[in-house]
Write a protein of this length. Structure first.
Length: 444
């Protein structure tokens, strides 16, 4: 019996079992029934999200045997943040369907608020938290990516230089994002530029070589032993099943958390911007924590950066498409001054975080700085929302934007050689992709 429990497939079955209660809820409609408590929906859907996150991570790790690791992690990132796309698309649709009305304007602002909240959570809690978790776990996992240094909070996570491409493309998206609020809203030009950045990134990494995968253990190691056809079918099944679970379970999970939050007096707008995105980002955070636990810090950060890149490009760029479809014609997704400030502070946070990672390492001090800046801004804004409702929180956003920019510019100024290295490494990757593509054509 004990040997059976230690078999890798036992863990796979255990993860699937976690999802069964939600499948029952979803199939029978119990999550919509008035007799079902909000707490029960949150609990059942939360377990499904947890199980799906493990299935998704195992699928991505197994896929590394057949496709470039960066591409496998990019797929993982898209699936893991799919709920965030769904929530934002819902608000964008409502904005288009009710265009010209107060409800439509509110929905448009909520779409932007939810998007910026999700992006800032990914860096403020995700990047910083995973760095700190990696360094703490290294005491037991002996993660080779974690270096111990003399000095106050000087230990750091070293990142593989293979993520230079992700850093460069995220930098391009971040710099362009500063221009988005200068227009009248999110328009077709924003869509073309931002979606174009992501499509170009995918076109490059998909042509990369399939590297000799790291030594996996547990479920991925077992699945990678399957014959190629069976292995690919298994990976696709894991992706499809976990994607379905995440797509269907996270919205009720997020909505349930919203209802529980409202019950204890948290303002609805604050819930939409912070609590709902935190719930929708949970699969991604669980997946990267799992990777760190297996001493794969580099893969974890690759997934986080890829998630940030697709949210900062696809998520923003496609909102205008959904809005226009609901509107029945092309239209610019509008937003007010407050949301312009939200976009600027989100871009500034991304700029600062990239300044931290540009040298392919993040120290405890830097992780704490990212975390403190994020938490303090949310806390200060929440304080004024609760105590002085008439206070214009736009000023808080601009103040923090300035802080992020000053710190980011100062760090980039001292790391110009690292900027050049990232650009050169990306140029090499692009050249290798072109050469590989040419070789394939000549072989044909």
């Amino acid at each position: 019996m004990s040997s059976l429990l230690r078999h890798p497939l036992s863990a796979l079955v255990g993860a699937v079992i976690l999802t069964v209660p939600w499948l029952v809820f979803y199939a029978t409609g119990m999550h919509h029934a008035e007799s079902t408590s909000t707490l029960a929906v949150v609990g059942v859907s939360g377990l499904a999200v947890l199980g799906a996150s493990f299935l998704l991570a195992w699928g991505a790790e197994t896929a590394e045997k057949d496709v470039p690791r960066a591409f496998a992690l990019a797929i993982l990132a898209v699936l893991a943040v799919a709920p965030e796309y769904a929530v934002d698309a819902l608000f964008a649709w409502q904005a288009g369907a009710q265009a010209g009305t107060p409800a439509g304007r509110e929905a448009a602002n909520l779409a932007v608020a939810n998007m910026t909240g999700a992006n800032r959570i990914l860096i403020g809690l995700g990047w910083s938290g995973i760095a700190l978790f990696s360094i703490w776990r290294a005491q037991k996992t002996n993660d080779a990516a974690v270096e111990q240094n003399d000095g106050f909070l000087a230990d750091a996570v070293k990142l593989d230089r293979s993520i230079a491409t992700e850093i460069l493309f995220l930098s391009a998206a971040t710099l362009y994002a500063f221009l988005v609020p200068l227009g009248n809203g999110i328009d077709i030009i924003d869509m073309v530029v931002l979606v174009g950045i992501y499509v170009t990134y995918i076109a490059i990494i998909i042509r990369g070589d399939v590297e000799e995968s790291e030594a996996h253990v547990g479920v991925p190691a077992h699945l990678q032993q399957y014959p190629k056809a069976r292995r690919i079918a298994t990976v696709l099944t894991l992706f499809a099943f976990s994607g379905f679970l995440i797509f269907t379970a996270v919205e009720p999970f997020a909505h349930g958390l919203e209802e529980l939050g409202k019950g204890i007096g948290i303002p609805p707008f604050f819930m939409i911007q912070w609590i709902a995105p935190l719930a929708s980002e949970s699969p991604e955070l669980i997946v990267v924590a799992y990777l760190v636990n297996k001493a794969r810090s580099t893969a974890a950060f690759n997934a986080l950066i890829s998630s940030k890149l697709n949210q900062w490009t696809l998520l923003i760029g496609t909102l205008v498409v959904v809005y226009s479809i609901a509107l029945g014609r092309y239209g610019v997704l509008p937003f007010d001054q407050k949301q312009a400030g939200e976009i600027w502070i989100t871009a500034a946070q991304s700029f600062f975080a990239l300044a931290v990672l540009i040298n392919f390492r993040i120290s405890v001090r830097e992780a704490i700085a990212i975390l403190v800046l994020f938490v303090s801004q949310v806390a200060v804004e929440f304080y004024f929302i609760r105590t002085v409702p008439s206070f214009d929180t736009y000023n808080i956003l601009i103040a923090y934007t300035a802080v992020y920019m000053v710190l980011g510019v100062a760090m980039f100024a001292t790391r110009l050689s690292d900027v050049k290295e990232v650009a050169q490494l990306t140029a090499n990757t692009i050249q290798e992709a072109r050469t590989g593509s040419a070789d394939v054509k000549s072989d044909d």
